[in-house]
Design a protein around this ligand. Sequence first.
Ligand SMILES: Cc1ncc(COP(=O)(O)O)c(C=O)c1O
Length: 446
Amino acid sequence: MTITDRVPTPAIDPAAELTADSPAPALRTELPGPIAAEIIARDDAVTSPSLTRLYPLVAKRGRGLVIEDVDGNRFLDFNAGIAVVAAGHGHPEVNAAIHAQVDDILHYCSSDFYLPSYADLSVKLAEIAPMSGPTKSFLCNSGTEAVEAALKLARHRTGRPNVIAFLGGFHGRSLGSLSLTASKVRQRAGFGITVPGSFHAPYWDPYNPDALTGADYIEQVLFTKLTDASDVAAIFVEAVQGEGGYIVPPAEWLTELRELCDRHGIVLVVDEVQSGIGRTGTMWACRPADGPGIEPDIMCIGKGLASGLPLAGIIAKAELMDWEPGGHGSTFGGNPVACAAAVATIDLVERELADNARTVGAHLLAALESLAAEQPKITQVRGRGLMIGIDLPDHDAAEALQEAAFRRGLLTLTCGERTLRLAPPLVVTIDQADTAVAIIRDALND
Ligand SMILES: Cc1ncc(COP(=O)(O)O)c(C=O)c1O
């Protein structure tokens, strides 16, 4: 196979400009187009069947919310690469930071040596951490590694064996984090024993707010029947449950969890891998705009942190992050290029993107609520900022809507049992939000 065999002839003029203002959606072929179909066929033959590949999108380039596929079709991106590309595709400030760092150095193992962008980012994280006292951070590459780090740190500091997480929660797929994940049974099927001593409680239920869940369930059921509180190292919770269906619990639900941890000397780990970095309209979902929120002992971050480069980590209260050199580390974790992208991203989120997420998110939620009032197929709309879920009668209906949106040039993704999630880059405009709602309305009416 030659290079020319491998790289299909582009159907689009590579010189044609793509900007964040390029009209989208703008479809010019059947989906998938001929080049996309060829790539998909090659890919499917040699890649792991565990990859879900929800619809035949073969993304080639992106600007803002506009994704162009290999055949020149333009889509409106309400996925952000699964809640990742916080600053939008190709943001000039993020790209400039990346290019400058690429020209300096690509890698020198941040676990063993010092690098300026690692220090810059860690200082920034200490500044924006949602904890009152001093904090320290540890950087890695993916959300699952961040959860592993939190799990190890909590066990190490408490000397306790057990952990508690929530049904519907997603924390990753490596064996430690998988022990906490309780999202879809397929993610566990056939993988044998996960970490012993991992227990689950029900998350707040948006259809039955009075159900026994959260701190009450842990106190009344887990602590009386399954584990003594003094054996529990940590409780892991998503401030807004992501993969479980974009569920926003009331403020007091999280406060009660904080109080429970304080009563029993348990480390509260707030997983903000999906909800953090401005996505819900404030830097962290555990610190909402309309109340004090809660203070985590350890927080997991990832996804949007570097606007698309792989970077994740934990931020912990300084007195808690007390482990020996060599106790934890990573060859690639805290890569300098990813750190430079993260510093630029956080700067943008602080300056304008969290505010934009709050404003456009509120507009989008209101528009979807109006749609729900006229469209009986929608059973519930909920969310905060740009983390919005639309519930349909069942999973098939949610998948059908996802597919119908794709056919109309809108990129979305299902989550939970029957939810279509909207998680666009934080640069989304009111006009783009209105376009997305119009497409969803049209798809539902069809
Ligand atoms: C809340 C949460 N935690 C952890 C993870 C795992 O992140 P990663 O896929 O980067 O390992 C995810 C991924 O969706 C997530 O949503």
